[in-house]
Design a protein around this ligand. Structure first.
Ligand code: MG
Length: 161
């Protein structure tokens, strides 16, 4: 019998602006700019939520947490991720592993990756070893290269135990 595995992908972009906090993978990073958005604008968690929702064919993050809803103004994206994990559990899905690629010219993300893995793993109830976080620049090309924004891509595998 073939086990019930499903995969999903997610992608998100937020604009970098002065005067905002920079949140990535649930951590606040010291930086000159932060991401603009209705919530805390954690672009990495948003891409992860979309990968998880996509794997379960549960639409997307904007469908569940509309940016017109004042309830999500300034929202901690870790809470949105916890809600997505619940939505998957309601459909009988557990999370196998996730893989995130953050595209940013600055700041340096690599030193923070172990702490980010711990944080996201705890929310998803999986081991840090099942949470891959990678960072790349885009060689100064495009909007990420010009430091106008940060993009994030994620994939997720879910299964019915
Ligand atoms: Mg977003």
């Amino acid at each position: 019998m073939i086990p019930h595995f499903r995969t999903g992908t997610g992608f998100d972009v937020h604009r970098l602006v002065p005067g905002r906090e920079l949140w990535l993978c649930g951590l606040k990073l010291p930086h000159t700019h932060g991401l603009l958005g209705h919530s805390d604008a954690d672009v990495a968690i948003h891409s992860l939520c979309d990968a998880l929702l996509g794997a379960a064919a549960l639409r997307d993050i904007g469908y569940h947490f509309p940016d017109t809803d004042p309830a999500y103004s300034g929202a901690d994206s870790k809470i949105l991720l916890a809600r997505v994990v619940e939505l998957l559990a309601d459909k009988g899905y557990a999370i196998g592993n996730v893989d995130i690629t953050i595209m940013a010219e600055a700041p340096k993300i690599n030193p923070h990756i172990p702490a980010m893995q711990q944080l996201l793993a705890a929310i998803m109830k999986i081991t840090p070893d099942a949470v891959s976080i990678k960072a790349t620049t885009t060689e100064t090309l495009g909007f990420t290269g010009r430091r106008e924004g940060i993009a994030s891509l994620a994939s997720a595998l879910i299964y019915k135990p």
